[in-house]
Structures are given as structure tokens and as C-alpha cells.
Design a protein around this ligand. Structure first.
Ligand SMILES: Nc1ncnc2c1ncn2[C@@H]1O[C@H](COP(=O)(O)OP(=O)(O)OP(=O)(O)O)[C@@H](O)[C@H]1O
Length: 157
């Protein structure tokens, strides 16, 4: 197992129903893989319950779009994933872009693949604490894999 401290940081990434419907799953997974991050958990095509989504977005419960957001997220299958690597929470947010795709730079996922905030194709945890909470909400501990990535010695110094 690669032992550098920090490499074991994990983040929760979900491809939202519009990302699945628009056939972006392969493209998004490819970006995270090619960056060098390690996939340690995935539930491909899960229909999230309203109960889970309300808990996931609990911090936004007073926002006017909360009901619409829960409906959008439960409107079709999502792909839920856990990615691991050095500083992965922050770097994944950089790869994803701004909440509003219109403010996201080309080269980011939202900058390249979507237009409106209410259909922004992907979720990524915004802090290490949120990632821990979200991972435990969406996954049982035994669903997460510890595995040795042979490429790690070519990714980290
Ligand atoms: N003004 C809005 N109108 C409609 N939906 C919105 C609006 N603002 C945010 N949302 C939706 O709520 C989600 C969560 O909002 P938040 O402010 O936490 O942004 P985020 O952290 O970039 O997004 P996410 O948590 O999905 O990664 C957004 O990704 C988007 O789908």
C-alpha cells in the first residue's frame, strides 16, 4: 500500500440524473481516472430516495430551490462514487467547476458539459467533513475497497 500521508483522502462524487441521461458517465469517470485518482467505491445507477436526498442536501433546506433540487436528483438514476487521492476533495471541485455552469471555465466538467445551475450534471463534496458525512450516507463501509493501485508510484513523488 502506498504510504504517503494525505493519499488516503476520499471524496464523494455523484453523476446526477441529467449526467446519466446525457451519457456522460464514461467521460466523467475517465477524467478522474486519468487525473490519477483511485476509485474505491461505486454504485452504478442507483435511484436515490427522497429521504436520502433530503438528508444529503439538509444544509440547503431553507433555499427556495430545495424542493426542485430533491425532485431533480430523484428524477432518474445517479452514479454514486468514492474517489481517493492526495487533496482529492479540493482538486475534484476544481475539475468540476463552479456551481453555476455559466461561471465554469472550459476544461471543467460543468464548463464543458452543461449550461444551467439546475441541471449541472455532477456533485462533489465541498470539504473533507462533508465528504465523510456523504460517504457514510450513500455507502456501507464494506462497500468501499482498499486496493493497491500499481500506477501510484508513477503518480506521486
Ligand atoms: N439557484 C439555484 N437554482 C436551482 N438549483 C440550484 C441553485 N443553486 C444551487 N442549485 C442546485 O443545488 C446544488 C447544490 O448547491 P450548492 O450550493 O451546494 O452547490 P455545489 O456545492 O456546487 O453543488 P453540489 O453540492 O451539487 O456539488 C447545485 O449543484 C445545484 O444542482
Amino acid at each position: 500500500m502506498f504510504s504517503r500521508s494525505g493519499v488516503s483522502e476520499r471524496t464523494f462524487i455523484a453523476i446526477k440524473p441529467d449526467g446519466v441521461q446525457r451519457h456522460l458517465v464514461g467521460e466523467i469517470v475517465r477524467r478522474f481516472e486519468r487525473k490519477g485518482f483511485k476509485l474505491v467505491g461505486a454504485v452504478c445507477c442507483v435511484q436515490a430516495s427522497e429521504e436520502l436526498l433530503k438528508e444529503h442536501y439538509i444544509d440547503l433546506r431553507d433555499r427556495p430551490f430545495y424542493g426542485r433540487l430533491v425532485k431533480y436528483m430523484s428524477s432518474g438514476p445517479v452514479v454514486a462514487m468514492v474517489w481517493q487521492g492526495l487533496d482529492v476533495v479540493r482538486m475534484a471541485r476544481t475539475m468540476i467547476g463552479e456551481t453555476n455552469p455559466a461561471e465554469s471555465k472550459p476544461g471543467t466538467i460543468r464548463g464543458d458539459f452543461c449550461i444551467e445551475v439546475g441541471k449541472n450534471v455532477i456533485h462533489g463534496s465541498d470539504s473533507v467533513e462533508s465528504a465523510q458525512k456523504e460517504i457514510s450516507l450513500w455507502f456501507h463501509p464494506e462497500e468501499l475497497m482498499c486496493w493497491e493501485d500499481a500506477a501510484e508510484r508513477w503518480i506521486y513523488e
